[in-house]
Design a protein around this ligand. Structure first.
Ligand code: 13P
Ligand code: SF4
Length: 333
């Protein structure tokens, strides 16, 4: 209790906004000024009136706020990394573009999932591309399709293939599928993925449906295409929350996304649990789980002492280019 009060006091004193992604521990979400999905956090934190943002999430999220609001100071109590974002960097991006050229595809329209670092977003902007999140990906795809080029979707092959399937488009994964499949695809995906969402399988869905025939299945679009295909609802973290909270109390639902979020969704009714995690293995995002109240306090105290830790600083030229791709996304969503 004492620690939470000290944190609130310091936030006020330092003109700082505490922001938490939905996958953060309960103790962080409970005390945050703002919690949300990647899109909401990027938009609302960058537009807030506060001069400092204390971002509890993973690296690309803090970076996105800094890119969108370069005049704000952004700090992360823990510089935690999204393992998917780390699957691509500038050299892999260049290598992929070169490989596409060798395949006879000289030009693509790149879309990068927001789960990528600032340098990759800048590369995408250089080729005229745009960023998307899980909640606006459909709108971004509509825009991309009007550019009349093949789409190169990175880094998450699952989100890319799920989007393509929903729109009746052909997709292929670079480095996995054959040259011919890549050449024939409308959406060519980079071979990145989220290790947490890979835990959910079609067998998990079969298991729950056999046990509770009336159950609904809600999953995040980072899940494998064969999982998404079998689900009743697919959406971003915010959209999943809205969906589940809109259900009748007694409606059973199994949810395929990170544990902290699912665990907070609904309390048992008369001792009966109606909300399940769609996996026998606990789907915890290890890096999202790193941040503690202690870290938040330490971060605020370091700012007060004028020896700030974990401030997000970006090279100006990279940030400027990355901003073009993020601004375009906000304009379209
Ligand atoms: P959302 O944009 O849906 O919050 O997803 C972010 C994320 O990293 C999911 O794993
Ligand atoms: Fe990244 Fe997956 Fe964690 Fe989301 S759940 S932050 S995609 S590693």
């Amino acid at each position: 209790m004492k620690m939470k009060q000290t944190i609130r006091k310091l936030l006020n004193e330092l003109d700082a906004l505490l922001v938490a992604h939905f996958y953060q521990r309960d103790e962080i979400v409970e005390i945050a000024d703002l919690s949300g999905d990647s899109l909401e956090l990027a938009r609302k934190a960058s537009q807030s009136e506060k001069s400092k943002i204390i971002f509890c999430g993973v690296g690309f999220m803090g970076q996105s706020v800094k890119i969108l609001a370069p005049n704000k100071r952004v700090f992360m109590p823990r510089i935690a990394c999204c393992s998917m974002a780390r699957m691509i960097d500038c050299s892999y991006f260049d290598k992929s573009i070169a490989e596409l050229k060798e395949y006879g595809i000289p030009e693509v329209f790149p879309i990068t999932y927001i789960n990528s670092n600032a340098e990759v977003k800048a590369k995408v902007a250089e080729l005229g591309g745009v960023v998307c999140t899980s909640s606006n990906a459909a709108k971004i795809l509509d825009f991309a399709l009007k550019q009349n080029k093949k789409i190169f979707f990175l880094p998450d092959y699952c989100l890319g293939q799920n989007l393509a399937a929903k729109n009746g488009l052909k997709s292929a994964v670079l480095g996995v599928d054959s040259k011919r499949q890549v050449q024939e695809a409308d959406v060519i995906c980079y071979n990145g993925f989220c290790s947490v969402h890979q835990l959910f399988t079609p067998q998990d869905i079969d298991f729950y449906r056999a046990k509770y025939p009336e159950i609904l299945i809600a999953v995040h679009p980072e899940c494998r295409p064969d999982v998404v295909e079998k689900a009743d609802f697919v959406g971003s973290t915010s959209q999943i929350i809205q969906f589940v909270q809109g259900l009748e109390e007694s409606q059973k639902v199994a949810v395929g996304t990170e544990f902290n979020l699912v665990n907070r969704l609904r309390k048992p009714v008369n001792g009966v649990q109606n909300t399940f995690v769609l996996s026998s293995t606990k789907p915890e995002c290890p890096t999202m789980n790193e941040t503690t109240l202690q870290d938040v306090l330490k971060c605020l105290e370091s700012i007060k002492a004028n020896q700030p830790i974990n401030e997000i600083l970006l090279e100006e030229s990279v940030a400027k280019k990355a901003k073009q791709a993020l601004d375009k996304m906000l304009e379209l969503s």
